[in-house]
Write a protein that binds this ligand. Structure first.
Ligand code: TRP
Length: 338
């Protein structure tokens, strides 16, 4: 166990900066990050370089959303005293590690990654896939190992990326001849992905079914009104279906009063509980969740200099650790040094 890498568990998470974050992010990861920052060393990466891998035609959007996502982080309670928030494109060591790592993975392996395969299909890239996009698992391996992270909280769809990271770690360690880099463990939230308000797929901005953390009270109302319930539940007195009913999925995710929700479920199944009553409760609970976030976010948005200071300080700290890792890898491989 004589690794040069420290044994303190380090967490890295990140988000592509393609748009403001939404309730799906809140349930799937932001809530966890706020809790984990108290017990772990945590880095959060504003992944603008990765965002560019499928947004090369709109770098302006990618840049602008660095600040938007940073505002979301701070508004939900990610505390820069406890969590290091940093900007990916401002960390050259990550790009250097990526270039090194790309020599230890084949194009065939990159093309076999199930997440990449799905995303290529979803985006209709075909053979016109940007090389950067195909290679992003190697870049994410650079992120994870660059921060010497051993715990990576991600959604289930990111598991193949972590697996590929660990493959690269083993390949590099074999080359170097010792345990230079540590494998990472994914932390997948038990709750699973929050469905979009249309109930069709996971919540995602590009699907137009998301409730952003910055949503206004009337946006929240309108989103709940749009929610799909049980199509056969026509009158309040009819028995209704709870399974697959989006309103109940959301109540399970957000309503702190589990007993009350269980009671509502049995009432709904029996008949006698109208969708309007249920939706009114959910709208109230979502508003309670979002209101303090919205307020803090608006306050922070009036003072972008402070947010920039947070990013500068976090990125400076991240520069140290990522440079150190890059040095270890260059040294470990025995590359030429001046
Ligand atoms: N690929 C992640 C996503 O789309 C974002 C990300 C970039 C990330 N680098 C990371 C997540 C490092 C965890 C660790 O959600």
């Amino acid at each position: 166990m004589s690794s040069e890498i420290n044994a303190v568990p380090v967490i890295l998470t990140g988000d592509r900066t393609t748009g403001p974050l939404h309730l799906g992010h809140f349930v799937g990861s932001l809530r966890n990050r706020v809790a984990l920052q108290k017990s772990h060393r945590q880095y959060v990466l504003l992944a603008d370089a990765q965002a560019l891998t499928d947004n090369a035609d709109d770098p302006g959007k990618v840049r602008q959303n660095v600040l938007e996502v940073a505002l979301d982080y701070l508004a939900v309670g990610i505390d820069p005293e406890l969590t290091t928030i940093c900007v990916q494109s401002a960390l050259p060591a990550l790009a250097e590690l990526t270039m090194l790592y790309l020599n230890f993975v084949s194009v065939a392996r990159l093309e076999r990654n199930p997440t990449i395969k799905d995303e290529i299909q979803m985006r209709g890239f075909g053979r016109n896939i940007p090389a950067g996009f195909l290679c992003y698992p190697a870049a994410q391996a650079a992120d994870i190992t660059g921060f010497q992270a051993t715990l990576v909280p991600v959604g289930e769809d990111q598991l193949p990326i972590i697996e590929q990271t660990n493959e690269l770690v083993r390949r590099l360690n074999r080359q170097v001849g010792r345990e230079l880099l540590l494998e990472a463990q994914a932390l997948v939230p038990k709750t699973g992905r929050l469905p979009g308000v249309d109930g069709k797929s996971k919540m995602s901005k590009s699907q137009g079914n998301a409730i952003p953390l910055s949503a206004s009270p009337s946006d929240v109302q309108a989103a709940v009104q749009r929610m799909y319930t049980d199509p056969d539940h026509l009158r309040a007195s009819d028995p209704g279906q709870v399974e697959g009913n989006i309103v109940f999925v959301y109540l399970d995710a957000f309503d702190p009063d589990e007993e009350a929700v269980a009671e509502l479920k049995s009432q709904y199944r029996r008949g006698g509980l109208g969708d309007m009553v249920l939706k009114r409760r959910l709208a109230g609970i979502l508003e309670e969740t979002i209101a303090p976030i919205r307020e803090r976010r608006a306050e922070l948005a009036r003072d972008p200099d402070t947010v920039m200071d947070v990013l500068r300080a976090g990125t400076a700290k991240a520069t140290e650790i990522t440079n150190k890792t890059k040095e270890l890898v260059v040294e470990g491989l025995g590359l030429f040094r001046l």
